[in-house]
Design a protein around this ligand. Structure first.
Ligand SMILES: [Zn+2]
Length: 406
């Protein structure tokens, strides 16, 4: 059966060719490739690597081709339906920036090779090329080139790495519909409120309030919250110490609690960039004159003397003293109002007090009485870590508001 065997042979050849073709196709897909940009006005694409071969297409400057192979100064490229060889000197490799989308992405020596390190989510990598599945990348964090799975790298910068910047209001501020005084007032927001900063235009800042209201505020009324306490010299003066125990409750001595409060407050202020100086950091006696010297010699921008009170077994509340109404009263008033807000204790107000550490102080100074040790119930409350933190936060907030406009 001659015809039949010829048919069989033809079929065999076709199967073989199909096999070869599929093998070639697979090989092409698995081969390493990268993107390159044409940097000649016109670039000839030839059927084979060499100027003697026929021109099968032409490329223009800035067109981006995919390069699959390079040899002897020639590059095998694909551009749409144009396939062939171009002189390597007229193309330049391009890279793109990718971002890791996996929690921790393995960084390997080769496609599927040994793990050289891991890249956390959001890490930016420079992508040089790929083999269809794996990306060849340079990771700045590791200082080397390697391979990562292409499934976990995105051109989109992940939203988690963008942080909202905040501004804080220096005064009670009108929030308007648009960037200018000609726009209607939406509402008035309180001094000290933290707002999300959404944009800026002509000296006005687009803001979002904590309750979600979006509007505009004059740039003169806001500042960067991180700048408020930065570099401020603050002296904390834990009252009493050593043989001077101060007042006493059933269990606690005033000198012990004043130091606890100071040590609770110090790191809060330091985290905000303030320079904090303690008049004492242990149970030691220092005179009133020495305390004032610490303030004057360091040119304290705020001096806070910490105390606990005594009167009757039913007395309750917090109060803050100042001596000089022009130098000290603003500081005392802001500490008092913020202390009441955080501790929720009775507000005994800020008031004049003729105390040595205030009277002899050349620097802005205040003296706080943080509750009554003579009241056994209040003593128990005062001694809790929760109350100590509330008191420290109240004084911190008072100082933050005080320095908002200073
Ligand atoms: Zn005292």
């Amino acid at each position: 059966m001659k015809v039949a065997s010829f048919g069989k042979l033809l079929l065999s050849i076709m199967v073989f060719l199909a096999f070869l073709f599929s093998f070639q196709a697979d090989r092409t897909q698995a081969a390493y490739s990268f993107q390159a940009k044409v940097n000649a006005d016109v670039l000839n694409v030839r059927s084979q690597p060499g100027t003697s071969y026929s021109i099968v297409g032409k490329l223009k400057e800035s067109q981006v081709v995919t390069v699959y192979e390079q040899k002897n100064g020639w590059s095998r490229i694909v551009y749409g339906t144009v396939k062939g060889w171009v002189a390597t000197q007229y193309i330049s490799a391009t890279t793109w920036t990718g971002y890791v989308t996996a929690t921790n992405l393995n960084f390997r020596s080769a496609p599927g090779g040994s793990v050289l390190g891991t890249l956390p989510k959001g890490t930016a990598v420079t992508v040089h090329g790929n083999d269809g599945t794996w990306l060849k990348v340079y990771a700045t964090t590791l200082g080397k080139t390697g391979w990562v799975s292409g499934s976990y790298v995105s051109k989109q910068k992940p939203a988690t790495t963008t942080t909202v910047s905040k501004v804080v209001l220096k005064a009670n501020s009108n929030i308007r519909k648009g960037p200018g005084t000609s726009y209607a007032i939406l509402y008035t927001e309180k001094a000290g409120t933290f707002m999300d900063k959404l944009g800026e235009s002509n000296g006005w800042v687009k803001v979002k309030s904590p309750t979600g209201i979006i509007g505009w505020v004059s740039g003169t009324l806001v500042r960067d919250p991180n700048s408020v306490l930065k570099g401020k010299v603050i002296v904390l003066d834990p009252g009493h110490g050593g043989y001077d125990s101060g007042t006493r409750g059933v269990t606690y001595l005033e000198k012990t609690l004043t130091l606890r409060t100071a040590l609770e407050l110090k790191p809060l202020l330091e985290r905000a960039g303030a320079k904090v100086i303690l008049t004492r950091s242990s149970d030691s006696y220092i005179s009133l004159a020495q305390r004032v010297n610490v303030s004057n010699n360091n040119k304290a921008q705020a001096f806070i003397s910490l105390h606990y009170n005594a009167y009757s077994s039913t007395s309750t509340g917090v109060m803050t003293f100042y001596y000089n109404s022009s130098k000290d009263a603003a500081l005392a008033g802001l500490i008092q109002s913020n202390l009441v807000a955080t501790t929720q204790l009775r507000n005994m107000g800020s008031r004049y007090g003729n105390y040595h550490v205030l009277r002899e102080n050349r620097q802005p100074a205040a003296l706080v009485e943080l509750g009554f040790l003579s009241n056994p119930n209040e003593e128990k409350l005062i001694a809790t870590t929760t109350y100590q933190k509330k008191a420290a936060n109240g004084i911190y907030n008072g100082l933050f508001h005080y320095f908002l406009t200073r």
